[in-house]
Design a protein around this ligand. Sequence first.
Ligand code: GTP
Ligand code: MG
Length: 287
Amino acid sequence: MFGLQLGLRLQSRAGAHTVTRRSVHKLASLHSVRTLSQKKMQSLLYPLSELESYLDRSVDRTHFQHFKPSVEDMAAAEKLFCSSSTHKIDYHSSAERMEHVPALKQPEVCFIGRSNVGKSSLIKALFSLSPEVEVRVSKTPGHTKKMNFFKVGKAFTVIDMPGFGHRAPKDFVDMVEPYLYTRKNLVRTFLLVDGSVGIQKVDMIALEMCEETRCPYVVVMTKTDKCGVGVLLTNLLNLQRVVETQTSSCLPQPFLVSSLHYGGIYLLRCFIAHVTGSVRLKDTSQS
Ligand SMILES: Nc1nc2c(ncn2[C@@H]2O[C@H](COP(=O)(O)OP(=O)(O)OP(=O)(O)O)[C@@H](O)[C@H]2O)c(=O)[nH]1
Ligand SMILES: [Mg+2]
């Protein structure tokens, strides 16, 4: 296995990913995470750092550290994801064509990926502190049929895209490509890859499309709770090698998330707040 060739030092396959179902729903906020043991807290807040401990010393960790804000920075970012009377988080509209896309001026971030990879679930987890925001998820691939726009106050807009691949809407390309190529206020695209199965051929096509747009994008590995540490590390190192050798606009650090257990959600909230210019990080070395 690729991970093993790189000196992967496997310890326990269980460990950090064991959070009971009953306790999971309480973990939406940083406040609740702070009540956990140091080890559990680390694994939820900084999933990459937690995985690092399984790697042999010889493995280059440079790309594990590009974005590592403090817990205080994450707490500042979290406030943006809490809806209030002065800061409303809400579904705004849906679009099937570029001409239906709303004329919003705020910075935008969009989520793309294979159907069923967990795009809508990830957005739902990001908005879990505002449960009144309705984001529809489904076991059936091809569920999200339109580009769905969610406004986060006056700060930024989040777009849930239909998936590509299996059961994708027929007009997927006509719908999504023009948006990615021409949307002026799009500040980041998040390309989701299933962390439990690793990067697939169809993900590579999406990666190439992201490269062609020349807009900055980030790879997010989803469903990290669905596999053991060994599989996850193998898939992660494989993905990092692809990003390193075949991309120029992609952030070298992938994000790891579990929308079920909230792993990595706090870090991703902070990254979105940062790239949309909604929070200023205290440690200015983060970029
Ligand atoms: N275990 C686990 N399951 C997840 C996670 N994220 C999503 N799922 C499941 O994956 C399935 C698909 O999730 P969605 O969020 O609807 O996927 P999508 O990418 O929006 O799919 P389309 O809209 O069809 O393109 C659902 O059954 C989710 O419950 C995760 O982090 N962990
Ligand atoms: Mg969806």
